[in-house]
Write a protein of this length. Sequence first.
Length: 610
Amino acid sequence: MQEETIVEADLLIRNANIVTMDESNPVATAVAIRGGRFVAVGNDSDVMRYKGPTTRVVDGNKRLLIPGLNDSHIHLIRGGLNYNLELRWDGVPSVVDALRMLKQQVDRTPAPHWIRVVGGWTEFQFKERRMPTLDEINRIAPDTPVFILNLYRQAFLNKAALRVVGYTKDTPNPPGGEIQRDSNGNPTGMLIARPNATILYATLAKGPKLSYEDQLNSTRLFMRELNRFGLTSAIDAGGGFQNYPDDYQVYEELDKRGEITVRTAYNLFTQHPNHELDDFKSWTSTSQPYTGSPYYRHNGAGEMLVYSAADFEDFVEPRPELPAVLENDLFGVTRHLVQSRWPFRLHATYGESISRFLDVFERVNKEVPFKDLRWILDHAETIREKDLERVVALGGAIAVQSRMAFQGEYFVDRYGAEAAENTPPITKMLTAGLRVGVGTDATRVASYNPWVALYWLVTGKTLGGLSLYPASNRIDRHQALRMYTTGNAWFSKEEDVKGQIKEGQYADLSILSDDFFRVSDEEIKRIESVLTVVGGKIVYGSLEFQKLSPPAPKASPDWAPHNYYGGYYNAYNHGGGGTGLHVPQQGHHNHSCNHHHHGAGFCDLDCFVF
């Protein structure tokens, strides 16, 4: 019998409570990592055999250790390019806090830069249950341009921003939106997404951009912010005003430098209305899906395939009627992608739209079979039950996001509580045999915080506390975590290399501040990672693991909001210094922390921006 060869591990984590998501070995207490992959998963005594003279050994302190989280639909590349410019209201508890942050940032932001609050918040998270007002914003910022985006509904522009963008009494409403006016016809500063969000994102695009070097810094910090919550992988869904290849140069450079800390698979999003087929013909002739590095790889087409099929969602407004040219436009692009064996995904909110999309896909399938091609519907809040079987028959999957956690109240106001009970019908999707991915659709509607999405999945509640879903449309915590790890790996054809704590898979993991399986429902939203590992390298640490964490770069330029508030709101970090901070609840661990810890922390329809 040949004797087993034991290799020396680079990193060994012991004394942890490990949920592996590997059904053949569901729980463990220790892992050994070498060359960026797991080489052993088991109990402490077995795994300690891999300890050598140079092995770094980390005590997991009996905390919960899980596979790294994977967001199956986020706008990470675009978010990274702009992160340092943005004042994030994600998680801010009150309008008073939000306006205080705005005032402080006004005082430090130099001309000609704007202050931008771009998504990730809802009025229902504020204890006052209201929006800020234009009068409040104008008093705070008489001279510094301010742009505040609220979902896909509207944007607030102060008078200084109106002057900079040039909107006056004589400016006509563009085809994609409404400039709200007073009784004298002068713009008030409110931009309304009616019938779509074009005006919101076209206006945002008028602002100054970061330099290339600052974009590199910004993207690194955004990835670190995601690492703070245990995210180690994501699928980038493209986005309006995100041009390929120009806006991907920063990510390519970071990949060459070995500085990517969130594995990213990117989809190509068409950029030219009425010329979408030309875009995809060009890209299919020069690019091949699933190529790239383990940290940055191509993932196919979407989420925009053709502009006529973009069913922009704003649940305050009536459902949009898509044009009659939809079927012809979508047929041409889909047929080309299937012929080229390109995986694709499509933004699809409303059941009425999805039925039409499936009509097209079935026509294409008769001419060019979809067989074994991975394709995805994104969002699907009101998909019809009869259409789930059609998706199954074509071998498709659905990726849902936590958008309803941010705008469920608006949906209920328009369509009623009963209609909201299956928005989307997650359990019916699973019962039908569909693969269901989970994500956030951050950063311009929902927040990038994956624990808010997991809270929404298991409780069926909005951030404002409104209970949307009955028990029949909620899933348990283990299933939710499975979807966010091994389940999402399928969506980038990486299920053989990530999503589980398993020998041979990428060594991506997170040790959590609190036990996801034991905390109360409301505490789920406050979970963070205290140690995040990507490819066997520690990329983030806090609390007892802070000394293991690589230092975070300072945000550039110096006045960047990140240098003062971090990203997702933390009450212990307001007033300055540091990035994301968290003081976790320690009641479910065998030790306690008695001090405040400061750790390191769209589619454009013409151009609709998802």
